[in-house]
Design a binder for this molecule. Structure first.
Ligand code: CA
Length: 541
């Protein structure tokens, strides 16, 4: 792909020096390691997904903004490892921050500006500097596949067949090619006033950008460089399965999509070797793994949708089977488990606590399962306090305002929040920080344990065979060098019978709920009693 060679860089902004937060070891490793996975700073991180509109409103207009977010950063990570009033995450993914006609922002009208409802560019830069100061990296959503139909590029393209931006989108003369949207069979060609059709996979308001057009591709990739030059640490790239289409109407996983992303990654890495690209490829593990390219030369991380499904299903059904199957599938699909980004739910799904129908113990065992997974876990804002979101299946109900307090406005806004956020009593951060048994405290403790443990943050993963136990008992060994941590869980809503594992070493329980006696003898680890929905992290020395 010629357009993405370094000679095409001439119009890109010069890189600015890193903002205050880039740590010295990252800079050092940048020089020492190969460009394919330079630094790998994300390997020890736990990310937190934020919908800016719903996180914290600083000016009372009911809409979350950058200044509100900056003011609450200390609750996420105050930068001091000796304090424990913060959750301890060290990565943030911001859902789209660009100007957009929609509330969610996935239809962008300017890739180099911020949504005025969220604040100014200076507000964003201040947020970024304050995040970095606390050791928090920031990635932003980048929507490569399509623009808004209100984007000046598309307006120009619609003006005439000879318009400058005509080739930046895909038009066809009648008749409608009648391609079908892969997930629901919906129409993807939309009629213009002049009886032609343009291609927009998601809906008519989101025309797909034609990334095979060198100028369009250059505009997109140089916009990514623009954000990296501001100090952003990388991107969550939306809808990567759909970047290119075949002439025959195959709309997913085209070789051109992989080639484009490899070229984009190479281009971005020339100036920004530590820039992280995270793929949103909503599909099975085998297909997700293709987006890693050759050992991370395409995306360095990709969301593991199978992991989320397996973890939530195990907690919901009380059975280990999905976890055992997922672990085996992932070990086969991924050459290195470190490339996956496991998560329970995201902004496109009913929240985990809603799927679990408010079962607090199920939420706890699923939290522990998530933080025991290999890769780089992502946590959707509000998940850590057990928010359920609204009851309808509308997307807005999956993205309701953060519950900071139980007061009117939820501590989110002094005005009228853009959306209501009714939740059960105790589902707010203020109560949960005080309550020693809260879900928030469990997340905080799990995050800290994970970050202190090379085995948990970066080790390989193996589901161990169990003798005894029951249909809910699951054991995952995480290992890095000589460090070993065993995660055991009983997803069932009844206590499990005693069980044993072939595993040598002296067990030291680091964190547990409902665990009975643990004993080790002759290379066999025995667990007598693990309560309903109990779990433990056990270090083996
Ligand atoms: Ca506001």
């Amino acid at each position: 792909m010629l357009l993405l060679t370094s000679s095409a860089c001439s119009h890109s902004p010069a890189p600015t020096p890193p903002k205050s937060g880039l740590q010295p070891q990252t800079e050092a490793s940048k020089a020492a390691t190969s460009p394919a996975l330079s630094g790998r700073w994300w390997r020890d991180d736990v990310f937190y997904e934020i919908f800016v509109r719903s996180f914290a409103d600083s000016d009372g207009d009911g809409v979350g903004d950058f200044n509100g977010l900056t003011a609450r950063l200390d609750t996420l990570n105050d930068g001091d490892p000796n304090t424990h009033g913060d959750l301890g995450i060290n990565g943030i993914w911001l859902m789209p921050i660009h100007p957009s006609p929609s509330y969610h922002g996935y239809d962008v009208t300017d890739y180099r500006a911020v949504n005025p409802a969220y604040g100014t560019m200076a507000d964003f830069e201040r947020f970024l500097a304050e995040a970095h100061k606390r050791g928090i990296k920031v990635i932003i959503d980048f929507v490569l596949n399509h623009s808004a139909k209100d984007h000046p590029w598309f307006k120009d393209a619609m003006a005439s067949k000879t318009a400058k931006h005509r080739g930046w989108y895909t038009f066809r003369d009648a008749p409608d090619p009648r391609w079908k949207r892969p997930w629901d069979g919906g129409q993807v060609w939309h009629k213009t006033r002049t009886e032609e059709y343009y291609y927009g996979l998601f809906w008519s308001g989101m025309p797909d950008v034609n990334l095979s057009n060198p100028d369009a591709a250059e505009a997109m990739v140089s916009a990514m460089e623009f954000w990296l030059s501001k100090g952003v640490d990388g991107f969550r790239v939306d809808a990567v399965r759909h970047l290119f289409e075949s002439e025959a109407g195959t709309l997913v996983d085209q070789p051109e999509s992989h080639a484009f992303m490899k070229a984009a990654r190479k281009r971005l890495a020339t100036k920004y070797p530590d820039a992280l690209l995270v793929a949103e490829a909503w599909t099975d593990s085998q297909t997700v793994a293709e987006y890693f390219g050759d050992h991370g030369d395409e995306f360095q991380l990709a969301f593991s949708f199978d992991a989320g499904g397996a973890m939530v299903t195990a907690a919901k059904d009380g059975l280990k089977v999905t976890m055992a199957q997922f672990t085996q599938t992932a070990n086969e699909a991924y050459s290195d488990r470190g490339f996956e980004a496991p998560f329970l739910t995201n902004h496109d799904m009913p929240r985990v606590m809603r799927q679990l129908k408010g079962d607090a113990a199920a939420a706890r065992v699923s939290a522990a399962t998530l933080l025991a997974q290999p890769g780089t876990p992502f946590l959707y804002y509000g998940e850590e306090i057990g928010m359920q979101g609204g009851a309808s299946s509308k997307d807005e109900d999956k993205r309701t305002p953060m519950r900071w307090t139980a007061d009117a406005g939820y501590g989110f806004s002094t005005g009228k929040p853009w959306h209501e956020a009714d939740e059960a009593e105790g589902v707010d951060l203020k109560s949960q920080r005080k309550d020693p048994n809260s879900l928030w405290r469990l997340y905080r403790d799990l995050i800290r344990l994970r970050q202190e443990s090379p085995a948990l943050s970066d080790g390989r993963a193996e589901a161990l065979p169990i003798t005894g136990g029951g249909r809910g008992t699951f054991a995952l060994l995480r290992q890095q060098g000589s460090e070993r941590v065993l995660f055991v869980a009983n997803y069932h809503r009844e206590a499990a019978a005693s069980f044993s594992l072939k595993l040598a070493g002296t067990p030291e329980v680091q964190l547990q709920e409902g665990l009975g006696k643990v004993a080790s003898e002759g290379g066999v680890l025995t667990i007598e009693d693990i309560g309903p929905q109990g779990f433990a992290l056990i270090q083996l020395r």
